[in-house]
Design a protein around this ligand. Structure first.
Ligand code: U2F
Length: 555
């Protein structure tokens, strides 16, 4: 069946149901963004020029909202608890619906069971009970629930699952045997999925797929209006929970010398003691009122937590400058409680690395807060700078629709198809070790191979970084093409020996001893990871401006 764009969102709102504060928040958000979604859907439809799209049967099971997983989020929606996940799920629902797929949405174990069509306790017979869904979007909680319920058939159908996973899952943690053997211990890993099945909130882990969310968009008139109404000395503090403000008195005192400070901290009856009296606290605001506040403010300032949330993007989209702390040393699962047990070794260099790396100045200032002179100088400089509202394309509604459309149409077939076939024979280029635009790409591969360039990392560098340094992005789908003995030769690397082993850093070379290593298990191909012993072979690809998930010829 062909998918047709669906634009009557009232049907989606009905599907979502009600009862929980979290669902009410999500529905409000969808309702508020309806016009923006519809406009974007028309633009994408035009762009696709009637291209065939298959309609998928999709189950969306939001595991963290089920009572069975504790549902700690819903009761905190109106009390300053995390909203980032709900923002993202609301947008995912909108996208899948608008793209014209057929959706079932579940937020309880009972609904999940009845939709999977496998009776509890006797669900071990995949041949007699075919799964009625082409795709299942869930999270780690939901994954666990599905496995328990489906028994043996889970393994058979797991390639249809997509896991919404904010902070990312690196291949070394995903590979059950490898993780166990090498101490990649976590609360969440070990699923042996294709790492592209994990979908993140920001494009920070190219081994996974970047799902994202959207921010409210402005038209030209609104942008002009915002610029003329900005209060140059108004700052909003990032953090709706009082604990975030704890111990920040020094910064607040410095900031207070120059600007009027506003907060949106939840409180019950009295001002929370963490929030100084000179701060104008509005209490937790409904999302659209929070946006209105950002429109007036000049500065949005982060004190280190929450990590990687939506709010800084919203602030920048509303014409604020975002000032945040650099983390030195970076925070990670090795040294910070929040990340402990998460299936990633990623090193988070600031509160919001996407804002730091993908947006940067003049919109984003990342400074050392331990140096109060640097901090103060930044505030003064920010007050003198003029910035326009800015929203990267990948966080617009059109950008998100386009990206998810591409995943659904092209990514599906590739999952778990780990070929050894070579679609082309790379020509060495001794000056930069790159093969720009190899002509013999095969349309059967997605992303198309003509977007590949191969680079060798310096010792101790991850492929994520190597590709980034060349203005490219690491593409794990391409490892299979370069995991070959001949490739070392072609790029003039001398190998006295070549071994094939299970190691998430391979293919790589220990240059000084001329030892070359190939990857034995394709499930371990990983853009992340480094060791000073190795120079890694890195498959990079180009990307569209403002849409890093897609290569130039990817649509
Ligand atoms: C992140 O979760 P948070 O919910 O703490 O992320 P925020 O960036 O604060 O923003 C979530 C939304 O809250 C809204 C705002 C954002 O879209 O418009 N909001 C609001 O409605 N009213 C207000 O007064 C202030 C903000 C992250 F997203 C999660 O994945 C992480 O688990 C969490 C912890 O790091 O941080």
């Amino acid at each position: 069946v062909q998918a047709a764009f669906q634009r009557d969102l009232s049907y989606l709102l009905e599907l979502i149901g009600s009862g929980k504060e979290s669902l009410i928040f999500m529905k409000k958000r969808i309702r508020h963004l309806t016009a923006q979604w519809l406009k974007a859907s028309h633009k994408l439809e035009e762009k696709l020029q009637g291209k065939q799209r298959d309609q998928k049967q999709i189950l969306i099971h939001i595991g963290f909202l089920t009572e069975e997983s504790g549902d700690v989020f819903s009761p905190r929606v109106l009390k300053g608890g995390p909203l980032g996940e709900m923002v993202q799920w609301a947008d995912i629902l909108a996208v899948l619906f608008i793209l014209g797929h057929s959706l079932k949405i579940t937020v309880s174990l009972k609904e999940l069971q009845s939709n999977l069509g496998v009776p509890p306790g006797r669900g071990n017979c995949p041949l007699t009970v075919p799964l009625p869904f082409d795709l299942i979007y869930t999270d780690y909680h939901g994954l666990q629930q599905m496995k328990q319920h489906m028994g043996l058939s889970f393994k058979k159908y797991r390639c249809r699952v997509r896991v919404i996973d904010t902070f990312g899952t690196e291949p070394a943690y995903n590979h059950e045997e490898y993780a166990t053997l090498h101490g990649y211990r976590t609360n969440w890993g070990y699923w042996n999925l294709n790492p592209k099945q994990f979908m993140t909130m920001f494009p920070h882990t190219p081994d996974n797929s970047f799902m994202g969310f959207v921010s409210e968009e402005l038209n030209q008139t609104e942008k002009q209006l915002i610029k003329s109404n900005k209060a140059n000395n108004m700052a909003v503090v990032y953090g709706k929970e009082a604990s975030i403000w704890k111990g920040k008195e020094t910064f607040l005192a410095i900031l207070n010398k120059y600007m009027e400070i506003h907060g949106t901290v939840y409180y019950e009856t009295q001002r929370p003691p963490e929030v100084p009296a000179f701060v104008k606290n509005h209490g937790l605001l409904p999302q659209h009122e929070f946006q209105q506040l950002l429109r007036k403010a000049k500065l949005f300032i982060g004190f280190g937590f929450p990590y990687e949330g939506p709010a800084p993007l919203e602030a920048i989209a509303n014409g604020c400058v975002f000032l945040q702390a650099r983390f030195n040393p970076p925070h990670s699962s090795l040294n910070h409680e929040f990340f402990r047990g998460k299936p990633t070794s990623r090193e988070v260099s600031s509160q919001h690395p996407y804002a730091e790396d993908f947006i940067g100045r003049p919109h984003v200032w990342t400074v050392d807060y331990n140096n109060s002179e640097e901090f103060e100088a930044a505030i003064k400089a920010i007050m003198r700078t003029k910035v326009d509202p800015y929203l990267p394309y990948e966080y617009t509604s059109e950008g998100m629709l386009e990206r998810i459309h591409a995943y659904i149409q092209y990514q599906v077939a590739e999952l778990f198809v780990l070929h050894s076939a070579s679609p082309f024979s790379p020509q060495p280029n001794s000056t930069n070790l790159a093969w720009p635009h190899s002509s013999s790409s095969s349309p059967a591969f997605w992303p198309p191979v003509n977007s590949m360039q191969v680079w060798v990392s310096i010792p101790g560098q991850a492929c994520t970084r190597t590709c980034q340094q060349h203005g490219l992005v690491c593409e794990p789908e391409f490892f299979k093409f370069i995991n070959k003995k001949e490739v070392f030769q072609q790029i003039n690397i001398v190998c006295d020996s070549t071994e094939s082993e299970m190691n998430h850093l391979y293919p790589a070379v220990a240059e000084n001893v001329h030892e070359c290593y190939l990857q034995k298990d394709p499930l371990l191909f990983s853009c992340a990871g480094y060791n000073t012993k190795y120079q890694r072979l890195c498959p990079c690809r180009d990307y569209r401006r403002g849409q890093v998930a897609l290569c130039r010829d990817c649509l």
